[in-house]
Design a protein around this ligand. Structure first.
Ligand SMILES: Cc1ncc(COP(=O)(O)O)c(C=O)c1O
Length: 367
């Protein structure tokens, strides 16, 4: 049985008539860049995430960079963030000229360890970027406490955490802004590139909207040097169709995670993901820790099972950050986990039969 890591085709076929119609509407209206379909999606997505405002943009990386620019980050500034994240979290900061200062992750939940924040703080610290990695909310309570005490804005990287909640409240609504990605494989995925920033701050929203549109609020009048980070019309139309199904897909992912737990219960070698108290994990990824990870990965791949590693190299070990001492001290937890973590196939449509098959192969490997 071949089991892909992510299956985008099955989902498209389930929605084909609606998606195809949405695409035709964009073609007929010629609303190709931003425009009414994007505006309509922004409204629906803000509501889904429990925030007042949403700015749809061209990618999650664009969203992170825009927030950084709008907060005025510049060379000489530092931003505290986890090293255990996709590189783009750091890139969004580095593109402003500011320096990411990486901290280690929590050994149980893999998110930023709030106990490590104080040590990373310097007079140059200008913000904290927290990531809700794999779909699990970061410990927002202690992180926000720290930010409030130190007077630092919190930015949430919610690229993997659509509809995740912390103490019942959607992620993205805790910080000054929340950044989302709609990369095709994400829980809410575009058919191309896409992202969004949500915020409750009207001024920040207006500034980001201008910065993402060549620094312009009025045609051919430019207040800032910005970027073209507009979302295209097709993605807005597609995402609005797909958003209606996101809660059902999220529940399906959580069910799939439960099935993995049942089927892997007899394989003690594998460490299953833990759900943090008060956190609604939305399982963008189902990440286990496994001894002899590389051998297990090969064993599964040879038998037609798609798996991944998120991520094999923590940000502070990347060549791009080799200069400049971006981590203060070692980050032993994420360094050790980089050689143990393995992401198993996870998508809303995955069947129990597929999950049982993956679990059986893992059991066989260790037997
Ligand atoms: C945690 C995280 N941050 C940022 C991004 C960047 O998003 P994008 O690929 O849409 O630029 C991604 C996804 O790729 C991500 O997983």
């Amino acid at each position: 049985m071949n089991i892909p890591f992510v299956d985008l085709k099955t989902q498209y076929h389930a929605l084909k008539p609606e998606i195809d119609q949405a695409l035709l509407r964009v073609l007929e209206s010629s609303a190709f860049s931003a425009g009414p379909f994007v505006a309509s999606f922004e409204k629906a997505f803000a509501q889904a995430q429990g925030v007042d405002r949403c700015l749809a943009v061209s990618s999650g990386t664009a969203a992170l960079h825009l927030v950084g620019m709008a907060l005025g980050l510049k060379p000489g500034d530092e931003v505290i963030m986890p090293s255990n994240t996709f590189f783009a979290t750091a890139e969004g900061v580095s593109l402003t000229g500011a320096k990411p200062v990486f901290v280690d992750c929590d050994p149980l939940y893999y998110n930023l360890d709030p106990g490590k924040l104080e040590r990373a703080l310097t007079p140059a610290s200008k913000a904290v970027f927290a990531v809700h990695l794999y779909g699990q909310p970061a410990p927002l309570g202690p992180i926000l406490d720290f930010c409030q005490k130190k007077g630092l804005p919190l930015v949430e990287d919610c690229a993997q955490a659509h509809l995740a909640t912390y103490q019942g409240r959607p992620v993205g609504s805790f910080g000054v802004a929340g950044c989302f990605s709609f990369y095709p494989g994400k829980n809410l995925g575009a058919y191309g590139e896409g992202g969004a920033v949500v915020t409750g701050d009207a001024g920040l929203h207006a500034k980001m909207a201008a910065l993402g549109n060549h620094g312009s609020r009025e045609r051919y009048v430019h207040q800032y040097v910005g970027h073209n980070y507009r979302m295209d019309g097709f993605q807005g139309a597609i995402l609005e169709v797909k958003l209606k199904y996101l809660e059902a897909w999220t529940q399906a992912r959580r069910r799939a995670a439960g099935l993995y737990r049942q089927h892997l219960a007899g394989v003690p070698q594998v460490v299953l993901p833990s759900e943090a108290p008060g956190a609604r994990h939305v399982y963008h990824l189902f990440v286990v820790r496994a001894p002899r990870r590389d051998e297990l990965k090969k064993y599964l791949e040879e038998r037609g099972v798609g798996v991944g590693i998120h991520y094999p190299i923590p940000c502070h070990k990347q060549a791009a950050y080799a200069q400049g001492g971006h981590a203060r001290g070692d980050l032993p937890v994420c360094e050790a986990y980089a050689s143990e973590i393995l992401s198993l196939p996870m998508f809303a449509e995955i069947s129990e039969e597929q999950i049982a098959h993956v679990a059986r192969l893992i059991g066989e490997f260790y037997a």
